[in-house]
Design a protein around this ligand. Structure first.
Ligand code: PMP
Ligand code: GLN
Length: 380
């Protein structure tokens, strides 16, 4: 077989979680919670399944859930979207990203990405026949220099993919970033995919902004969200895409032949949750900020340097003072096998690699898990 993705191996998330399991390490690598989801949500899943909602959902998603998504979007961002022709429920944000990229990228198109970048974007662009163009963000705060972005535009540039709050760095766009993005999209007639799976995890009273908040940008954007992140159920693989009607119509043409529809009982359960416990979403930022602060305090006496974390559930650590001679991949292997804490090396999120000495740890964990990991990390 001629590989369509010759440079691609197994994702780092599978690799590190497997290594963690083999070595009985505390797994702070792949991003997922180690605590139970809300009991009401779980009970609703069981109820809907027991009552017989186990057949195909409507292709765009269960109407009740799409109505709740429209209400959530209005509550969080004051944007009115139409549940019938602007919202599509997908099998995780991963499916939404893949479908949006297949829809927007023609062979020969260039797509702007920021490195470090989430690992599913570039392969999806390549499968669509496009070329990813990577713009590098620099530690420690990974701010976008929008003048640099303008400089790499060509007549072939069709799409820009942004991700705020940003995995893996925890950087969050400010209003000025969104305005610069909007200007760029309008000037060059680009489309935008805004990966906002960590949208409700923004810390320190910062405003929760989104492509939804900027009308001219939103008119050319597919906004991607994930219930896996918001409701601590990454294994349910439920997300959604919001886009103007003309884009949504094209999006659904592809979605219907990728998965057709997503897991039915979970769609009903999440609709119930959004309707009956809306405060769960509103409190998520506070919930994860406490975990961030607990973990940072527990690491205060370590020799790691903590990088700023304005959002997401990831903390970056610079380990130069501990083992500057090791690459980040070596350091993560060593940390997992010898010290039983698994992390993700940052260099894998860069097309050209990175010589920084930085690793990513997930703090979506029980306090005792974080305490136990921090105790080990403080001894290095
Ligand atoms: N985008 C980013 C930035 C992510 O971190 C993730 C989750 N790892 C996804 C997309 C995929 O989300 P889902 O699990 O809903 O497919
Ligand atoms: N988004 C998660 C992370 O960044 C992992 C998703 C996956 O395993 N594919 O860790």
């Amino acid at each position: 077989i001629v590989s369509k993705l010759p440079a691609v191996g197994t994702t780092i998330f599978s690799q590190m979680s497997q290594l963690a399991a083999e070595h009985h390490a505390i797994n702070l690598s792949q991003g997922f919670p180690d605590f139970a989801a809300n009991p009401f949500l779980l009970q609703r899943l069981a109820k809907h399944s027991a009552e017989g909602l186990n057949q195909y959902a409507p292709m765009p998603g269960v109407p009740m859930l799409r109505a709740q998504i429209a209400a959530l979007t209005a509550r969080c961002y004051q944007r009115q979207v139409c549940a019938d022709n602007e919202i599509t429920v997908t099998s995780g944000a991963t499916e939404a990203l893949f479908v949006a990229i297949q829809m927007l990228v023609q062979p020969g198109d260039e797509v702007l990405l920021f490195d470090p970048a989430y690992d599913s974007y570039a392969p999806a662009i390549q499968l669509a026949g496009g070329t990813p163009v990577h713009v590098r963000l620099q530690a420690p705060d990974y701010q976008v220099d929008w003048s640099l972005v303008s400089a790499v535009m060509t007549p072939r540039t069709r799409l820009i993919i942004v991700n705020s709050p940003h995995n893996p760095t925890g950087m969050v766009f400010k209003e000025s970033d969104w305005l610069a993005l909007q200007q760029l999209v309008l000037t060059h007639q680009l489309y935008c995919i805004s990966d906002e799976v960590y949208e409700h995890m923004v810390f320190d009273q910062a405003a929760q902004l989104s492509a939804h908040c900027f009308a001219a940008l939103a008119a050319r954007t597919v906004v991607v969200s994930s219930f896996g992140k918001t409701f601590h159920v990454t294994g349910w693989k439920l997300g959604y895409a919001i886009a103007p009607p003309s884009l949504t119509a094209e999006f659904r043409k592809i979605h219907q032949y990728v998965t057709f529809a997503s897991f039915t009982p979970a769609q009903y359960a999440i609709a119930d949750m959004l309707q009956q416990q809306p405060e769960q979403v509103a409190e998520l930022g506070q919930f994860y900020q406490q975990k961030r602060d607990f973990f940072a305090a527990a690491l205060a006496t370590s020799r790691f340097t903590l990088l700023p974390c304005a959002g997401t559930y990831f903390q970056l650590l610079d380990y130069r003072a501990i083992a500057a001679e090791m690459t980040d991949v070596q350091f993560c292997q060593w940390l997992t096998t010898e010290h039983k804490v698994a992390a993700i090396p940052l260099s894998v999120f860069y097309q050209q690699g990175s010589t920084d000495r930085i690793i990513r740890l997930c703090f979506a964990k029980e306090q005792h898990t974080l305490a136990q990991a921090a105790e080990i990390l403080c001894q290095l």
